[in-house]
Design a protein around this ligand. Structure first.
Ligand code: ADP
Ligand code: ZN
Ligand code: ZN
Length: 733
């Protein structure tokens, strides 16, 4: 008998499914979309089960409106992966599934390439062309156009040839139309552009051979210093996969998806290389998604969310710069794309390669313990030599725009030699504080209790936490004095000082403010590469994956705050940043130099980083993490709550704590810390609290969350506060 009820996961923040009657003649499938009535709305959901009984009375059930798919939207393993994500990250399945779909499918568009109408000229049409069409100018234009090549309606419309003209021609029998599925390009016989391939060095060759000789699921860490030729290794791992008619997925950090990267893949492979990132519009996203699913695309390069793209036959996953923070989604489904990618590779039975110069401590630990296979590239490819590092003690020194005199002198030397200088300052705006010189009053965002950053170019005060903007104040609001001064240095101010210090050199500032416009980052990077600028100012945007061959001096102006942060990952991030930024300096013929300004040259972290390397730092940091029972030796879940009322968020988390502790799964391996105020204790007028759950076994953490969450959701305060739960959080603020 036909099942009579479809159980549907809907994009609503509720942990339950909804039952609908299946009307006569309707055939929903599990994993396919249906549109259903929900209250007064119509929603699109995914069928998760087909059944014959419901807890609801049958008379109360509404029927499904439409069945949108005859086949599941995702292949089986990907559907399993999404279900796993929903469960692991404790996020409702309906929302998880819905978020994994391209927006066009979420809105009900068909999950296939549109059928195109292709127009062409008939023999009669050709004859008529010879005879001429007299005054029918539009018809003549259309016939002439089509006489050269058949074309689809969209192309013709772009040529200003209307449907009406085509229909008139069709009635006369001069043109004909046929339907054609778009995008059915067979792969070329030749998949690779051999002329571009450099000879691999020995370490590269070993890495490539190791991965290529294996099939089935294996996880590799490719630890290669910056410039060691990791991308070249990826290309060599992908080639044999394509030769087996399988596809490759390459994940890159958000900022790393530049046209340079894409071009490198496109010029090497002759199969279609598609791109998936948040800058695409709905149609472009759907097209890339379909191209992967239907096997037209050979390679997909994409950011975090590309991970949920279906493939016709996926053969390998590469995660470049696997340590990058942008792989962790910070809202809704708080997944880590690297971790989920490993899960996907395991479900699909294919190899996965995690590449980085500065592996995350979690990943490194997995490699050290033998869970992942460790591949290393220890030298720079080609003839480049490693950069020289130097720490500059700036205690008591006069700083001009954040620059010490020795650094200014050093810069002059490099600039005079015709090279470029990169200054790294992770603080945008003119100054982080605007203060009254007479009484010390500071301009602060009332909604966050944090200082406003003064932006001189726009003449306003901006809160970097909630985004609020207000006009700059010229008078102290406490004592009325007009003696307002700034304190601290941001990138705008540094830029001003550089224009005065080095008027003969061009300076460019690359931060979020200067690159807001679409494409502006690309064009800035391009002009830097062309040598139009000599001094580059960058925030951490510039730290990732950009190669500037003429930069020979990199300076980090102010990193001291990271040395004393209370976020246990701060030192790891600083070490990664330092190593990555240092890796930008000096290529091939031009040796690079890295200068780090600090008030704490004796700090052990800086010592290890400067005198040894990231690897030594990482080993030291892992030991420390083990001593303190921190990840990767322990698993964390962060409960966050915020409310307008100062006490409710705290009270809610106190109840969460009791609920957790009262759960039978809670044992000696579990501990709860808090509730405590979040490091950013107030944001946009809301008070923020958090509660940290520490469990030494991953499975226990999962069991505890699964078993305690329903009770937490029943707490009366859930309706009064905004709360969330972050499994394996990355950002503790
Ligand atoms: P990474 O991704 O590790 O930073 P890339 O793959 O971008 O390094 O390589 C750095 C540079 O070295 C690139 O210009 C690349 O073309 C070049 N390169 C890589 N491998 C080789 C090789 N075996 N021989 C010569 N040049 C190479
Ligand atoms: Zn004052
Ligand atoms: Zn604010």
């Amino acid at each position: 008998m036909h099942p009579s009820i479809a159980r549907v996961a809907l994009p609503v923040p509720l942990d339950k499914y909804f039952d609908y009657l299946i009307p006569e003649g309707c055939f929903p499938v599990i994993g396919g979309r249906v549109s259903v009535p929900f209250g007064r709305q119509t929603l699109i959901g995914i069928v998760v089960e087909l059944v014959n009984t419901s807890e609801m009375a049958l008379t109360k059930l509404k029927p499904v409106n439409h069945v949108l798919d005859d086949d599941p939207v995702w292949p089986f393993q990907l559907y399993q992966l999404l279900k796993w994500c929903s469960q692991y990250y404790q996020y409702p399945l309906g929302d998880t599934l819905s978020n994994a779909l391209p927006a066009a499918l979420r809105k009900g568009k068909a999950a296939e390439f549109p059928v195109l109408q292709e127009w062409s000229v008939t023999d009669a049409g050709r004859e008529q062309l010879m005879l001429g069409l007299g005054r029918a100018v539009r018809q003549a234009k259309a016939l002439n156009f089509l006489a050269v090549r058949p074309a689809c309606s969209e192309t013709l419309l772009a040529e200003d040839i209307s449907k009406q003209v085509l229909r008139d021609l069709q009635k006369k029998g001069w043109v004909t139309v046929c339907e054609k599925q778009s995008r059915q390009m067979p792969w070329p016989d030749h998949l690779e552009n051999e002329s571009e391939k450099p000879r691999l060095n020995e370490e590269q060759a070993v890495a490539v051979a190791t991965v290529n000789s294996d099939q089935g699921f294996h996880c590799y860490l490719l630890e290669g210093v910056t410039g060691s030729g990791k991308t070249e290794v990826y290309l060599n791992m992908i080639a044999p996969v394509l030769a087996r008619k399988k596809q490759a997925l390459v994940l890159v950090p958000e900022i790393g998806l530049t046209s340079q990267t894409i071009e490198r893949f496109r010029s090497r492979f002759l199969v279609p290389v598609v791109v998936m990132h948040s800058g695409l519009n709905d149609t472009e996203r759907l097209q890339a998604w379909l191209a992967a699913r239907d096997g037209h695309a050979g390679v997909m390069i994409g950011t975090r969310s590309a991970l949920f793209t279906p493939f016709h036959d996926l053969g390998i996953i590469i995660v470049d710069e696997e340590h990058d923070a942008s792989y962790k989604q910070q809202d809704s489904l708080r997944y880590h794309a690297r971790d989920v990618a490993v899960m996907r590779a395991s479900l699909e039975g294919i190899p996965i390669v995690l590449g980085s110069a500065t592996p995350a401590l979690e990943t490194l630990q997995n490699a050290l313990s033998g869970k992942y296979h460790h591949l290393r590239l220890t030298s720079r490819a080609g003839s480049a030599v490693p950069a020289r590092n130097r720490v500059l003690d700036i205690k008591g020194m006069y700083l001009e725009g954040g620059l010490s005199a020795p650094l200014i002198a050093e810069m002059r030397m490099h600039l005079q030699a015709g090279n470029q200088v990169l200054l790294f300052l992770n603080r945008r705006g003119y100054a982080p504080v605007l203060m009254c010189h007479d009484c010390g009053w500071t301009a602060a965002c009332q909604r966050c209790d944090m200082h406003y950053t003064y932006h001189q170019l726009t003449q306003d005060l901006r809160c970097h936490h909630c985004g609020s903007i207000r006009p700059v104040v010229s008078q102290c609001q406490h004592c009325g004095s007009q003696n307002m001064v700034t304190s601290g240095v941001g990138t705008e101010q540094l830029e001003r000082h550089l224009e005065q210090l080095f008027p003969e050199y061009q300076t460019i500032r690359i931060d979020r403010d200067s690159t807001r416009r679409k494409g502006s980052l690309e064009s800035a990077l391009e002009s830097v590469r062309k040598g139009e600028y000599h001094i580059l100012i960058g925030t951490q945007m510039l730290a990732k994956g950009h190669h500037f061959p003429d930069v020979t001096l990199v300076a980090l102006l102010d990193v001291d705050s990271a040395l004393f942060s209370n976020d246990f990952r701060a030192s790891e991030r600083l070490a990664q940043l330092f190593t990555q930024v240092a890796g930008r300096a000096g290529r091939a013929s031009k040796p690079g130099e890295v200068v780090l300004q600090t008030h704490h040259p004796e700090h052990s972290l800086l010592q290890v980083l400067l005198e040894k390397d990231y690897r030594h730092f990482a080993m030291m940091a892992l030991e420390e993490r083990q001593l303190c029972s921190l990840p990767p030796f322990n698993y964390l879940t962060l409960f966050k709550a915020e409310s307008n009322d100062a006490r409710q968020a705290e009270e809610f988390l106190r109840q969460v704590r009791h609920t957790l502790e009262a759960n039978p799964v809670f044992d000696a391996y579990c501990a709860v810390i808090g509730p405590s105020p979040a490091p950013l204790a107030k944001r946009a007028g809301k008070y923020r609290w958090q509660l940290l759950l520490q469990v030494s076994r991953r499975a226990t953490m999962q069991q505890l969350l699964v078993s305690a969450r329903p009770a937490i959701q029943m707490l009366p305060l859930t309706k009064r506060v905004r709360w969330s739960l972050d499994v394996e959080p990355h950002d503790l603020s």
